[in-house]
Ligand binder design. Structure first.
Ligand code: SF4
Length: 314
C-alpha cells in the first residue's frame, strides 16, 4: 500500500469579493430582466463560471457591436472597461450594468485624479489584459504609459518626461515582482507619487501569501484556475519562486499529471480568485482515486470583504 498523500489546502483561496459580486450581478440581472442578458467579455476569467451563466441565459460578447437585440441589458465584466464603452452603450441607447470590481474602479479614479492634477501616469500591468485596457482607457490616449517588466522600468527615458510622475498598478500582479519594478521607478523618479492605498488588491495579496507559506513544503503544487486568469497565473509563479518548481495551473477539465502525483508525499492546492471551490473539491476527488489522502487547511487569514450590488439591482 503506498504511503498516504498529504494535501495542504491554501486558505484563503478561490472567489474574492469582486468575483462574487460580478457573478451575483449577472444572476440578479437575469432574474430581474429575464433572458437573454448580454455580458461584455467573460464576467470573470473562469470557463466553468462562464458556461454555467450561459446555461442561465447570459450571452457573452467581446464588443457591443456584436449585440443583436439592443433592448436587452448588457453587463460590463469585473475587469472594468475603458470610458469609451459606457459612452458607446449610451449612444446605442442600451441599458448597461457595470460589474467592475470596486477595487478596479478605485484604480480608475486614482489614474484620472492624477492626470487631472498634472501628473504623467505610469501603469504597471500586463499589456492587453482587459483590466489594463480599462485603466488605460480612463485617460486620453498617450497620457498613460504602460510598463510590464523590470526592464521596461529601467528603460524609461527620464528626460522625455517633463511632468511630475505617479504610478498605479493592475490589481492582480505579483506583489514581489511589482515591488522590484517600483524600486526602479523610485530610483529613476525620486519624487514619484505612489497610490494612497496599495493597488494590488487584498485578495491577490492574501492568496499569494498563503501560497508562499505552503509551497516550500510541497513536492508539487496545483493552482486551480483558467489560463487567462492573471491572478491564477501569478499564483503558479509565486509557488515556483517559493521553492516548489513542480507547480502547475489546473484549468477546467485538465488532465492531471497522475504519474507525478503518485510519487509525491505532500502536495499543495490553491485556486485563483475566479475559480469556484467545486473545482478544488473535484481535483481532490480525482486524486483520491489513485492515492489515500489526508487534507489540512492552512489558514493565513480570514477574509470578510463584501461589496454592495449596483443600485439598479437592489
Ligand atoms: S481579484 Fe481583487 S480586484 Fe480582482 S475582482 Fe477580486 S477583489 Fe476585485
Amino acid at each position: 500500500m503506498p504511503k498516504e498523500l498529504k494535501i495542504l489546502l491554501a486558505s484563503p483561496r478561490g472567489f474574492c469579493a469582486g468575483v462574487d459580486r460580478a457573478i451575483e450581478i449577472v444572476k440578479k440581472t437575469l432574474k430581474k430582466f429575464g433572458s437573454p442578458v448580454y455580458v461584455r467579455h467573460e464576467i470573470v476569467h473562469n470557463t466553468q463560471v462562464v458556461e454555467n451563466l450561459k446555461k442561465l441565459g447570459a450571452i457573452f460578447v467581446e464588443e457591443l457591436d456584436e449585440i443583436k437585440d439592443r433592448s436587452r441589458p448588457v453587463i460590463f465584466s469585473a475587469h472594468g472597461v475603458p470610458k469609451s464603452v459606457p459612452k458607446e452603450a449610451l449612444n446605442k441607447k442600451m441599458f448597461y450594468i457595470d460589474a467592475t470590481c470596486p477595487l478596479v474602479t478605485k484604480v480608475h479614479r486614482e489614474a484620472e485624479f492624477l492626470y487631472k492634477n498634472g501628473y504623467k501616469v505610469i501603469l504597471v500591468g500586463h499589456k492587453d489584459h482587459p483590466e489594463v485596457l480599462g485603466t488605460m482607457g480612463q485617460l486620453p490616449k498617450d497620457s498613460i504609459k504602460l510598463i510590464e517588466t523590470v526592464g521596461d522600468a529601467a528603460n524609461i527615458n527620464v528626460n522625455e518626461i517633463k511632468k511630475p510622475v505617479a504610478y498605479v498598478t493592475q490589481t492582480t500582479l505579483s506583489v514581489d515582482d511589482t515591488k522590484e519594478i517600483i524600486e526602479i521607478l523610485k530610483t529613476k523618479f525620486p519624487d514619484i507619487k505612489s497610490p494612497t492605498k496599495e493597488d494590488i488588491c487584498y485578495a491577490t495579496t492574501n492568496r499569494q501569501e498563503a501560497v508562499k507559506k505552503i509551497a516550500p513544503l510541497c513536492d508539487m503544487f496545483f493552482v486551480v484556475g483558467s489560463k487567462n486568469s492573471s491572478n491564477s497565473q501569478r499564483l503558479v509563479e509565486v509557488a515556483k519562486k517559493s521553492g516548489c518548481l513542480k507547480s502547475e495551473l489546473i484549468p477546467f477539465n485538465e488532465k492531471l499529471p497522475i504519474d507525478l502525483i503518485i510519487k509525491c508525499d505532500k502536495i499543495g492546492i490553491t485556486s485563483g480568485a475566479s475559480a469556484p471551490e467545486q473545482l478544488v473539491q473535484n481535483l481532490i476527488l480525482e486524486i483520491k482515486k489513485f492515492r489515500n489522502i489526508s487534507t489540512e487547511e492552512v489558514i493565513l487569514t480570514k477574509e470578510n470583504v463584501t461589496f454592495k450590488l449596483p443600485k439598479s439591482l437592489s
